[in-house]
Design a protein around this ligand. Structure first.
Ligand code: ADP
Ligand code: MG
Length: 295
């Protein structure tokens, strides 16, 4: 490719809301055959809301929200912010946290009002607290089947509440995935969220269950990209979170949402300024056109 053609392509990219780190990026873009999509904040808006509280018999919603909210108040995770905000709105001032630990990809735990409290994935709770009473297990299943994330809250050695967190698929995501497929690319959904919630979101945007990689810990997102590369695929990854940065760097082509974190933007080769997944398809089309005019 001539430098002039690549410069023209880069300039056209800027007009389309696609910031390209260097001219050589357009050549890599043309070669990709697989697009790994982070779920939260990339396919979905990432603006979480707490939509329901389920508690064990004898536990009030206010108590569950007070304890979970106090802990989540100390975390910056979008789920944590949704919980803390709703808790503060419903129960008023949240108690202080005596000790706090953020466990990436799992949740938070600490001491509140002298009790050991945990909020997050079931696996975060101490062994004997992982058993969910039937009513809570049913609430969790129903929430996940509907594509929502269930946060299990436990204290004093038992699981005592399930909080339902909803996110919304971006209105342009399904269209973007159709466009990527029309360009011959295979979309894969990658997420730390539970499998059923991930599959529900995938179904909404047209990705089959076999192309969903769920319950991936933040440190394992890179390995997921490497596995696809080991199968001989040329992988583009689209993400927005701090959790996605290493995977964006590992991918043959990293695309960051402009609405995402600085860490993701720095690790990526391209930035989709509008945070609209359709720009990923625009980027592929642009690179193909730019390089086609050169030959
Ligand atoms: P994603 O890949 O969707 O960005 P993360 O890797 O950050 O998700 O988290 C994976 C899962 O861990 C979440 O879906 C949630 O179930 C749980 N989790 C993580 N952080 C928290 C938190 N602060 N509170 C509750 N649950 C959490
Ligand atoms: Mg994300």
């Amino acid at each position: 490719a001539t430098p002039t053609a690549l410069m023209v392509g880069t300039g056209r990219g800027a007009q389309l809301g696609i910031l390209i780190k260097g001219p050589e990026v357009l050549e890599t873009t043309r070669a990709v055959d697989t697009v790994v999509l982070d779920k939260t904040g990339t396919v979905t808006t990432g603006r979480m809301a707490l939509t329901a509280v389920h508690t064990e018999e004898g536990v009030s919603e206010a108590e569950a929200l007070r304890l979970a909210g106090a802990l989540e108040h100390a975390s910056e995770h979008p789920i944590a912010q949704a919980v803390a905000q709703e808790a503060a709105a419903r129960v008023g001032e949240l108690p202080a946290v005596e000790s706090f630990e953020n466990v990436p990809g799992r949740g938070v735990r600490g001491v509140v009002e002298g009790r050991e409290v945990a909020a997050g994935r079931e696996a975060l709770l101490a062994d004997r607290a992982r058993w969910l009473p039937p009513a809570l297990a049913a609430a969790k299943s129903a929430a996940e089947a509907a594509g929502r994330t269930a946060v299990v809250v436990g204290w004093d050695g038992a699981a005592r509440a399930v909080l339902e967190i909803s996110d919304t698929v971006k209105p342009t995501s399904a269209e973007a995935i159709r466009e990527l497929r029309a360009l011959g690319l295979r979309p894969v959904l990658l997420t730390g969220d539970n499998r059923r919630a991930a599959e529900a979101v995938a179904a909404e945007v047209g990705i089959p269950a076999e192309d969903v990689v769920a319950e991936v810990l933040p440190e394992d997102k890179v390995a997921a990209v490497r596995r696809l590369q080991a199968e001989g695929r040329s992988v583009a990854m689209v993400g927005d979170g701090v959790n996605d940065a290493a995977a964006l760097a590992q991918a043959d082509l990293g695309l960051a949402m402009g609405t995402g974190t600085d860490a993701a933007i720095e690790a990526a080769d391209l930035t989709l300024v509008r945070g609209d997944l359709r720009s990923a398809a625009d980027a592929i089309r642009l690179s193909r056109r730019t390089l086609a005019t050169i030959k």
